[in-house]
Ligand binder design. Structure first.
Ligand SMILES: [Zn+2]
Length: 302
């Protein structure tokens, strides 16, 4: 295969994947510009001769391809809503198994979102929006979530959220509430009265795909009932504790049957692009673990 042909294919692959996360015309223009710079740079660097007509031809094909992809996004009436996943916000504890951001990092990220014009929405707003109900969302909506119910969410994250006028949803492994390092029901109540939402996350933080369906159903229902009993309201949302394997169709069905109206994935990364499965909403894990996610985050939040 000729080198220039190979180069075209590589560019086509890169630009088409960027096309998927390219939401507005400004980004489109920048990508097209980068494409031209890239082609030109490679020509000189590799000292290869490519006919100008070939460059234009490739650029035209790419532009067509990207317009198709972004146009596809545009035609979709649903705008993408990023959902961020946090666990612990803590300076003293570091547990490799639980994603932790420092208090300073968390504050920096919230400040960044505020500066960029992001406004937090509630899980109810996200549900209404993707269910097709008429609802007016802010220009740049974002949903912030926390998994498990760590005490540092109250001690460290909550004051910062308040400072920036942000809200969030916390998913509780309800059997752990009141234990060391976890929230107490009093903390949950206080935050709830100040606009923080709470969702289920099973009672004992089990992997739902590793137990039989009866046990899975019990665990899901228990978390619903524990929240209802202690908070006096029915929870709206659920989050799969090991959301890669345990969000299969039967588990999703049980979650729905147990009274939850919306469910969030744990390892189902990415941006919600329109046709959202309301029982497996995508989230972006914070902190980010690999470069691809960093790129996606950059494109999403710039
Ligand atoms: Zn969890």
């Amino acid at each position: 295969m000729k080198l220039d042909m190979f180069m075209c294919i590589i560019f086509l692959a890169i630009m088409s994947s960027l096309g998927f996360v390219c939401f507005d015309i400004l980004k489109l223009i920048i990508f097209v510009y980068l494409l031209f710079v890239g082609v030109r740079g490679l020509r000189y660097k590799l000292n290869i001769r490519i006919k100008k007509s070939k460059v234009f031809c490739t650029a035209f094909v790419l532009l067509f391809f990207m317009t198709f992809l972004t146009g596809f996004t545009y035609k979709n009436p649903k705008k993408p809503i990023p959902v961020l996943t946090y666990h612990r916000v803590n300076d003293e504890v570091y547990d490799a198994k639980v994603p932790t951001v420092s208090v300073k990092q968390f504050e920096k990220q919230m400040k960044y979102l505020k500066k960029r014009g992001y406004q937090t929405i509630t899980e109810k707003e996200l549900l209404d929006y993707y269910s097709g109900r008429k609802i007016k969302l802010p220009k740049k909506p974002i949903l912030i979530t926390f998994d498990d119910g760590w005490r540092d969410n109250y001690e460290n994250a909550y004051p910062i959220l308040k400072k920036y006028g942000f809200t969030a949803t916390i998913f509780l492994a309800t059997g752990k509430i009141g234990e060391d390092e976890y929230l107490t029901w009093d903390m949950v109540k206080e935050m709830y009265l100040n606009g923080i939402a709470f969702g289920g996350h099973t009672r004992n933080h089990i992997n739902l795909s590793k137990v039989d369906l009866d046990t899975a159903e019990k665990e899901i229902k228990w978390s619903f009932e524990d929240i209802e009993k202690n908070l006096g309201v029915k929870p709206l949302s659920f989050c799969y504790p090991y959301g890669g394997g345990d969000l299969n169709k039967s588990i999703q069905h049980i979650v729905k049957k147990s009274g939850f109206q919306i469910a969030f994935a744990s390892y189902n990364y990415g941006i919600n692009m329109g046709n959202v499965n309301i029982m497996a909403v995508r989230r972006i894990l914070m902190p980010r673990f690999n470069k691809l996610h960093k790129l996606e985050m950059f494109l999403l939040l710039w």
